[in-house]
Write a protein that binds this ligand. Sequence first.
Ligand code: AMP
Ligand code: FES
Ligand code: ZN
Length: 312
Amino acid sequence: MRICFFCKSPTGIHLKEHRLSLCPTCYPSWVEDQVAKTIKRFKMFVPQEKILLAVSGGKDSLSLWQILTRLGYVVHAFYISLGIKEENYSDISKEKCLIMAQKLSLPLHIVDLQKESGYNLNQVSKAYYKTCSACGVIKRYFMNQITLKENYSVVATGHNLDDEVSTLFGNVLRWDETYLNRQYPVIPPKAGLAKKVKPLIFLSEKQVALYALTSEIDYIRHECPYSTHASSLRYKENLHQLESYNAGTLRFFLTNFLNFRKKQIKEQEEKKEIKEVALYLCSSCQQLSTSKMCKYCSIMQKVAQRAKKNGG
Ligand code: AMP
Ligand code: FES
Ligand code: ZN
């Protein structure tokens, strides 16, 4: 019989990749400690900072909200309602965020895509086959906008180990140097762009799910109806198989990549090689952008054209 590493009581939780057994009572503190170490290691933020967390209603971001609160950070959250009508997805996910805000007695900013743009994600999906990619641009746009407008110094997201490794895997498969050279758990602030951090990157999807379960976190159980086509899901299936053959594979892959990136960033800083990209004021929304019209406005322009063609 396995016993908990901390309190020595009998336990059902065994973390093969860490060669560690824990009981359900000690497990949440172990998770919180892992997140604290990640925040410190990558100098993500300090308690005095004004921190914003993007919450989706899923297990990762809602668990992160509770973890950060338990670690002593005062974190406000932001939710964008995309208007996904299938399976009442947006209504249910918003409800889960509101429940957590009430549980923690912390503020939640809510942005409604329909109110902001006149369109919802169902209409976006008619103009964009790759709905998830367009949705990512929309989420990042509002995340950045609210962070800057409300003077938060940093915005955190709930990306976990599986998310980060599947992104890395996709970038490696396509040998996409632009994205490989950008992937890091801390993206420093730039003109018009808020600082972004990912404190959950060393916790697997399973470990976060177990945290949500042992900490009684109420989250939306079903996946976004548009995510079934996403290539990241196929990558994850394959990565899970590799992990099942050899526990720790995903963590090892990400850790070594980040060590390489850290060295690369240091060398670039020393040689002053980090190039400043040209910035424009978006011709439509006037926010700073790397193109004359920002990605969000280009997407919405195409959505509007499509809706007009279809009669509204
Ligand atoms: P996803 O792209 O759905 O895997 O989500 C990754 C992260 O983006 C989540 O952990 C949240 O931090 C953030 N996020 C996703 N959906 C939303 C949303 N509707 N509103 C605000 N943040 C979100
Ligand atoms: Fe954006 Fe699913 S939440 S496509
Ligand atoms: Zn714009």
